[in-house]
Write a protein that binds this ligand. Structure first.
Ligand code: PLP
Length: 483
C-alpha cells in the first residue's frame, strides 16, 4: 500500500515518463521475463493484464505522474507479474475471526467440521448417487440422503431440505397457504439481516398475512378470533435477533397447535437457528429445538443449517408426513433445492449428532461456543508479549476479559464470557486514526485478522483462535506495516 502511494508522488522534472516512452503490448510481451509469465499462464491472461497495466500507466503519464523508473523493462515485468498474481488471487479468502461473534453472518457463519469437509471432498471427486437409488438401480430422491437422519434427530415423521431457511419459510408458506391467509402475531414480524422481513416474505409467497395481537402481547383468543374461511395456516416466528421484555404475553406452540388443529389447520414454526441439542446441557443458554416444537404440536418446523446446527448453508424443514408431502410436491421446491456440495456437508454434520458425547469436540460451532473463558484467557496471556512487540511503540497491548456473542440471530441478549487482547494507542491525540490504521493493517495481512473497535481500543477476542501459529507467523508483517 505504502509503496504505491510513493509511486504516485509527482516525479521530479526530467525523470518523468511520457506516453511515447511506453512500449506497445506486443513489445512488452516479448520481454524475456514477461515471456516466462506467458509460458506459465498462457497468452490470454498475460496480454489482458498487460493492456490494463499499460492503460493505467498511460493515464498517469498524461497527468505527469509517471516516473521513468517505472517503465524500465525490469519494473514493467515485475508490475505485470504482480498484476497477474493479484488477478489470480481468490476474492473469497480465509480470515481469522477475532470479532467475538462465533457464528458471524458476514464471515461465513458456522465452520464446517473436519468430517464434513472430508465428506464433501470425497463425495464430489467423482459421480455420486445424489438422485440414484443404489438398491433398485432407479431414480432416487436427494432428500433421502438426510431425511432419515433429520427424523431421528428431531422426532419428525418426514423432512425435506432447501437452499437456506429463508427459502424454507417461503416454500412452506407458499405450499401451505398460497392465495389464502396466514395468521401471525404482531410481536413476531421479524426482520433478519439482508431484507428478509416477515410481511414481505408472506407477500412473496403469495399469502395474505393476518396480524394479530400487539407488539408486546398476543393472546390465544387473538388467534382464534382471526380464523376464518380463508385461513390456511397459523405461524410462529422465533424472535431470533431481538427480545420483547416487560409487560408481555405470547401463546406457546402447544396452545396454538390446539387452536389450529381444532379448526383443521396446520401450525408452522420458523425457528431460525434451531439447535439440534439442548444447549443448556453444555452450559449455554437454552435455545428452542425442533424436537421440542414438534412435540408441542407444530406440523412444520424450519431452521437454518449454518447457524447453531454448525453445518453448511441449508434450510431444513421437518414435520408431519402430510405437510412435508405438500411442501415437497410444490413446484417452487425444485427451484430452491439444495446443491450436492452442501448436501454432502449436511449429511456428515448431522451424522456427528448421532454421537452426542463427542459433539462438543467434533462440531466446531459447539466446541467454540463451549470453550472455557479461562483457556481463552491463558491463550491471551501467552500471545500478549509477541503482539505487544509487534505493535510497539505506538500501541500498548493488554489482556482483557471480554463478552462475546453467539451470533447469527441466535440468543440475542446472552453474552459469552471470553477474553482477548486490547490494543490501544499510547497517545490520545490521533487515537482514532491510529486504530483505523491498525484495523486496516490487520485486514491487509495474508490471513486477514478481523477484530472489533470499542472504546478507543481494538479488541481481539481469542475464542475462535484455536491454532495460534498462523496468527503469530504474521506478526512480523504487521510490525512492518505499522512501522
Ligand atoms: C436466520 C433466520 C432466517 C433466515 O435463515 P437463513 O438460513 O439465513 O436463510 C429466517 N427466520 C429466522 C427467524 C431466522 O433467525
Amino acid at each position: 500500500m505504502r509503496s504505491s502511494a510513493t509511486a504516485h508522488a509527482l516525479p521530479p522534472p526530467g525523470v518523468k515518463a511520457e506516453v511515447k516512452d511506453l512500449p506497445a503490448v506486443d513489445r512488452l510481451l516479448r520481454d524475456a521475463a514477461v515471456a516466462a509469465l506467458v509460458v506459465e499462464h498462457g497468452h490470454t491472461l498475460v496480454a489482458w493484464q498487460a493492456r490494463t497495466l499499460l492503460e493505467g500507466l498511460r493515464t498517469r503519464a498524461l497527468t505527469g505522474l509517471l516516473a521513468r523508473a517505472e517503465i524500465e523493462p525490469g519494473a514493467l515485468a515485475a508490475a505485470l507479474a504482480r498484476a497477474v498474481a493479484v488477478r489470480l488471487a481468490p476474492r473469497l479468502r480465509t480470515v481469522l475471526n477475532l470479532s467475538g461473534t462465533v457464528i458471524h453472518t458476514n464471515l461465513g457463519r458456522a465452520l464446517l467440521a473436519e468430517g464434513a469437509l472430508a465428506h464433501v471432498l470425497s463425495a464430489m471427486a467423482g459421480p455420486n448417487n445424489l438422485e440414484y437409488d443404489l438398491q433398485s438401480g432407479g431414480r432416487g430422491d436427494r432428500d433421502s440422503i438426510v431425511e432419515e437422519l433429520l427424523c431421528t434427530l428431531t422426532g419428525a415423521e418426514a423432512a425435506t431440505v432447501v437452499n437456506n431457511n429463508a427459502a424454507a419459510v417461503v416454500l412452506t408458506i407458499a405450499a401451505l397457504a398460497r392465495r389464502r391467509e396466514v395468521i401471525v402475531s404482531r410481536g413476531e414480524l421479524v426482520e433478519i439481516g439482508g431484507a428478509f422481513r416477515m410481511p414481505d416474505v408472506m407477500a412473496a409467497a403469495g399469502a395474505r398475512m393476518v396480524e394479530v395481537g400487539t407488539t408486546n402481547r398476543t393472546h390465544a383468543r387473538d388467534y382464534a378470533d382471526a380464523i376464518g374461511p380463508r385461513t390456511a395456516l397459523l405461524m410462529k416466528v422465533h424472535t431470533s435477533n431481538y427480545a420483547v421484555q416487560g409487560f408481555t404475553a405470547v401463546v406457546d406452540e402447544a396452545e396454538l397447535a390446539a387452536i389450529a388443529h381444532a379448526r383443521g389447520l396446520p401450525l408452522a414454526s420458523d425457528l431460525g437457528a434451531g439447535s439440534l441439542v439442548d444447549l443448556a446441557a453444555y452450559g449455554l443458554p437454552h435455545e428452542p429445538t425442533p424436537r421440542e416444537k414438534l412435540a408441542a404440536g407444530c406440523d412444520v418446523v424450519s431452521f437454518s443449517g449454518d447457524k447453531l446446527l454448525g453445518g453448511p448453508q441449508a434450510g431444513l424443514i421437518v414435520g408431519s408426513r402430510a405437510a412435508i408431502g405438500r411442501i415437497r410436491k410444490f413446484p417452487l421446491k425444485r427451484a430452491l433445492r439444495m446443491s450436492k456440495l452442501p448436501l454432502a456437508a449436511l449429511e456428515a454434520t448431522l451424522m456427528l449428532y448421532l454421537r452426542p458425547e463427542r459433539l462438543a469436540r467434533d462440531l466446531p460451532t459447539l466446541r467454540l461456543l463451549t470453550r472455557p473463558a479461562a483457556e481463552i484467557r491463558a491463550l491471551a496471556t501467552q500471545l500478549q508479549p509477541a503482539v505487544a512487540a509487534a505493535v510497539a511503540p505506538r500501541l500498548v497491548v493488554s489482556v482483557v476479559e471480554l463478552l462475546g456473542q453467539i451470533g447469527s440471530g441466535s440468543l440475542p441478549v446472552d453474552r459469552l464470557p471470553s477474553a482477548g487482547l486490547a490494543l490501544a494507542p499510547l497517545q490520545k491525540k490521533g487515537a482514532g486514526r491510529a486504530l483505523d490504521a491498525l484495523a486496516t493493517a490487520l485486514r491487509a495481512l495474508p490471513l486477514p485478522v478481523i477484530g472489533r473497535i470499542a472504546e478507543d481500543r481494538l479488541l481481539l477476542d481469542l475464542r475462535c483462535l484455536e491454532d495460534a501459529a498462523p496468527f503469530l507467523a504474521q506478526l512480523p508483517m504487521l510490525q512492518e506495516a505499522l512501522a
